[in-house]
Unconditional design. Structure first.
Length: 247
């Protein structure tokens, strides 16, 4: 390009004549704050418009590089955040973590669909509540709230223990320890065998029994039906006894 100062022409220093030959041309049309940039062959005037074009985001290199691990991207975002159209199961384990609709439905009595399959022993699905045990309890013990506000074992021989609201222990819980109880839902215990299609009744010392009719016929026995057996070892627990009858 005639009159331009070529990078290859600059070796050590320019003579006065050489400066005079290029100085006027370089200055032609330049304004305050103009810059020069090397285009690979020549140093040429870089106007504000030229600089803007060079710095346009679409012309930058490395836009796809993941250089900052603290920034959001799809992979990290999926691991860190729940988004509005989330379809993955999420169980909150902190006081201020969000809860999905399914979690609320399943755990807060929100009308979620129970899964009666219960493919393994000592499983359940339903509404739960935490209480303190007033005695040593094992899985599936049927309980009532005692005078000390702790859960005690129901017993068919003691009418005072067969309340209108009952709970099922969901683990082995030591006396005075806090534990989880089923308030209503479906539950499986392979150590118990029921008559399918019939009631589940409160028995002795927290046990449950099942038969086509009320199973107790002894003097002062109480018949309290608290569930319905839909399989030999699985039942739908209501939490509220359907009736009680002292014989």
């Amino acid at each position: 390009m005639a009159g331009e100062l070529k990078h290859k022409d600059v070796d050590g220093s320019l003579s006065k004549a050489e400066w005079e030959a290029v100085d006027t041309h370089i200055a032609d049309g330049q304004q305050a704050n103009d810059m020069l940039y090397f285009n690979g062959t020549y140093w040429i005037r870089a106007t504000p418009a030229t600089i803007a074009a060079l710095l346009d985001h679409g012309n930058l290199q490395g836009k796809g590089d993941d250089d900052h691990s603290q920034y959001h991207n799809n992979a990290r975002g999926d691991a860190r955040y729940l988004y509005k159209e989330n379809t993955d199961e999420f169980t909150p384990d902190g006081d201020y973590e969000p809860a999905t609709k399914k979690y609320v439905d399943d755990n807060a009595g929100g009308g979620g669909t129970l899964d009666p399959t219960l493919s393994s022993d000592h499983t359940y699905d339903g509404e739960t509540i935490t209480f303190t045990a007033g005695t040593n309890l094992v899985f599936s013990n049927c309980c009532y709230v005692g005078a000390d506000e702790k859960l005690e074992k129901c017993d068919k021989d003691a009418i005072a223990t067969v309340g209108v609201r009952n709970y099922i222990a969901l683990a082995t819980i030591a006396e005075d320890a806090s534990g989880l109880f089923l308030r209503s839902g479906v539950i499986r215990d392979d150590s118990l065998t029921f008559t399918i299609g019939h009631g589940v009744w409160i028995g002795d010392s927290g046990a449950l029994v099942g038969s086509a009719a009320g199973p107790h016929s002894g003097a002062s026995d109480v018949n309290m039906c608290v569930g319905y057996a839909y399989a030999a070892h699985k039942w739908d627990f209501w939490g509220i006894g359907s009736y009680r009858l002292e014989i």
